[in-house]
Design a protein around this ligand. Structure first.
Ligand code: KG4
Ligand code: ZN
Length: 345
């Protein structure tokens, strides 16, 4: 069973083809991605209208590339999948529109996929996939959540951010340090030459007793420090502030993840979403979990940020699990705001 998947929820156009035949983990046959980062950089963030227009430009050439790379043609496709939400409405509509038109033309079923379910399941495409059940730390530009994942389609939210997402905290702090969008990887790079102890920054909700996060206070603290340093900020001070910011975000993510593991008694942790690419986060999680006999699983680095592979994969895994998600007609909607709990069995 071949699933063609489309991702267009934000600033990446992703298309992928997976083989979900049999009961094994679906196999990625090919995938292609176009990142709009360079286009949005001039504006310091994603411009929704530009994002939608660029998805329109990229999606069909990427689809042709994916089919050619896999040595397949459209008539080989059994199911078409697309990101139904959450994300930018206009951007989502491009993927949904293309997927539903293609499926209608081919006379094949179509399936709307939850973007975060894609992130959650993305480690199943790696060489060493996890087994169920596990705790998942979802850390992206729009989301910060700890989930308990018992099986495909069975997700319980253990805790989430009450304001900014972890990626947003990285991006907003990076902006204050004069770094380009999206700031997460730039801030991490700058932090390499900095002293993480140089600035005392808050660890919001670290001792709240629950598994929720809050990052907006951290951004304000970084702003206060940046103002104190004045302009131009010395190079070392900038690196020190970057390192201190990264350390604060990472410490909160690590401590809350450990608490979630302790609370659920689970021995596996899956880390997904763009911030999961952060080296310090990986080092600290590996160290802390290693000491406790907990295994940590990551998607392959190129599948940490948004991509079509995780959407095709999630569709394939849902179909294999017998979950009723195939859309029979070709009318569609998108869900810009959509909680993962809503699709959980
Ligand atoms: O999952 P993703 O590609 O898109 C969303 O669905 O949001 O995540 C993007 C986020 C951005 O905030 C970006 O700055 C952050 O992931 N990010 C990082 C790193 N790489 C990407 N943050 C910290 N360190 C990194 N190495
Ligand atoms: Zn994402």
């Amino acid at each position: 069973m071949l699933v063609l998947g489309f991702e267009s929820s934000c600033d990446e156009t992703g298309v992928a083809l997976v083989d979900a035949s049999g009961a094994g983990v679906p196999r990625l046959l090919s995938h292609a991605l176009h990142s709009q980062i360079a286009m949005h950089q001039a504006y310091g963030g994603v411009v929704p209208e530009l994002a939608s227009r660029d998805h329109i430009r990229r999606v069909l050439p990427l689809t042709e590339q994916v089919l050619a790379d896999a040595g397949r043609s459209l008539k080989d496709v059994d199911v078409v999948a697309y990101t139904r939400g959450p994300g930018l409405a206009g951007a989502l509509l491009v993927g949904a529109g293309v997927a539903c038109s293609l499926a209608a033309a081919l006379g094949k079923p179509v399936m709307g996929v939850h973007h975060l379910e894609g992130h959650l399941l993305s480690p199943f495409l790696s060489q060493d996939p996890p087994e169920f059940a596990f705790v998942a730390l979802l850390v992206s530009g729009g989301h910060t959540q700890l989930m308990q994942v018992d099986r495909v389609g069975c997700y319980a939210v253990l805790g989430e951010t009450i304001d900014d997402a972890a990626g947003e905290a990285f991006d907003k702090s990076a902006k204050l340090l004069g770094l380009p969008y999206p700031g997460g990887p730039h801030l991490a790079k700058l932090a390499q030459g900095g002293d993480a102890q140089a600035f005392k920054l808050p660890r919001p909700l670290l001792h709240s007793g629950d598994l929720d996060f809050s990052f907006s206070g951290l951004k304000t603290a970084v702003l206060t420090q940046a103002r104190k340093l004045g302009e131009p900020m010395g190079e070392q001070a900038r690196a020190d502030l970057a390192a201190s910011t990264q350390a604060a975000i990472v410490e909160v993510l690590v401590k809350k993840s450990l608490k979630a593991l302790e609370q659920t008694g689970l021995k596996r942790l899956v880390v997904a979403g763009g911030v999961g690419a952060n080296t310090l986060l990986r080092e600290q999680l590996n160290l802390a979990c290693g000491k406790r006999g907990i295994r940590v699983y990551y998607p392959e680095l190129h599948l940490c940020t948004d991509n079509g592979a995780m959407i095709a994969l999630a569709a394939g895994m849902r179909l294999q699990a017998g979950l009723e998600s195939v859309q029979r007609g070709y009318t569609f909607d998108v869900k810009p705001r959509w909680g993962l709990a809503e699709i959980s069995a």
